[in-house]
Design a protein around this ligand. Structure first.
Ligand SMILES: [Zn+2]
Length: 274
């Protein structure tokens, strides 16, 4: 587990270990008013074709593998790109320490992912991670899929969108946040020089001291899943993140709790975290 105190600094957030299946969560240190910025955090890893010329080559190679249908059907190009970027920028030892060791989720069975990894090694795109196993790579893909923040090409100022490709960013503190269909915080990813990304977390409404901070994993854009009916939202959350949402909004819209479930006993992102 990283030293959260160093990462959090004087910002208005505090990571808490629930000690239960929910794992680590993020809470407000002190009361906050709507609009208050609670945390700015630099990304641990960013995958983007525009981040560097090396990344451009990596994306081109992945696109070629995808064209040859070597990526398998269940994992997106952006997830592979983020996993490769993590290995390239952090190295295999740091990935084991900072990423894989914190993943309580069993590695997915992804033989296709292992095949891609071997091809990337063979092509020399990942020269420094020869001791990293294909099984670890498959697990890394699960970690990326469950914990990274997706960004759209247009969010990168000046990026040529057709070259930008899909992007993922991973954050050590913000990854702790669970989902709610009625989130109390929202985030923006901002871009600095040379592909450095910073996530800015702001209160969407007044938040009490100690209150758990929840973002929405579902997009709030018009016509997107967050605005949909309960069954649509829950289906999407189950398919992509593997849990049954039992947030206050889902419980309220169900009339009464299903099977006596409660927030605390619900599988959450933290339960599946890195
Ligand atoms: Zn919900």
């Amino acid at each position: 587990m990283p030293v959260f105190e160093e990462l959090v600094g004087s910002w208005n957030v505090v990571p808490r270990d629930t000690g239960g299946p929910g794992g680590w969560i993020l809470c407000a240190k002190a009361a906050a008013t709507a609009g208050e910025v609670l945390l700015c955090e630099r990304a641990l890893v960013v995958s983007s074709a525009d981040a560097s010329s090396e990344n451009k080559v990596l994306f081109a190679e992945l696109a070629e593998l995808e064209r040859r249908r070597a990526l398998g059907g269940s994992v997106a190009l952006g997830v592979h790109a983020a996993a490769c970027c993590a290995l390239r920028s952090l190295g295999s030892e740091a990935v084991r320490g900072a990423v894989l060791c914190q993943c309580q989720h069993a590695a997915s069975d992804l033989p296709e992912a292992a095949a891609v990894y071997k091809q990337l090694l063979k092509s020399g795109l990942l020269p420094q991670v020869g001791s990293f196993s294909a099984a670890e790579y498959a697990k890394l893909l699960s970690v990326v899929q469950l914990n990274s923040f997706h960004f759209e090409p247009l969010e990168v100022p000046g990026a040529a969108s057709e070259e930008q490709g899909p992007g993922k960013a991973m954050f050590q503190v913000c990854r702790l946040m669970n989902h709610s269909c009625a989130p109390n915080v929202d985030f923006q990813i901002r871009w600095g020089e040379e592909g450095v990304a910073t996530l800015r977390l702001a209160a969407q409404r007044d938040v009490a001291a100690g209150e758990e901070l929840n973002i929405s994993y579902l997009s709030s854009a018009p016509g997107e899943a967050l605005g949909e009916a309960r069954s649509v939202r829950r289906k999407r959350l189950r398919e992509v993140w593997g849990f049954d949402c039992a947030c206050e909004r889902c419980l309220a819209e169900a009339g009464e709790p299903e099977n006596g479930s409660s927030r605390a006993s619900t599988p959450s992102l933290s339960g599946l975290e890195w």
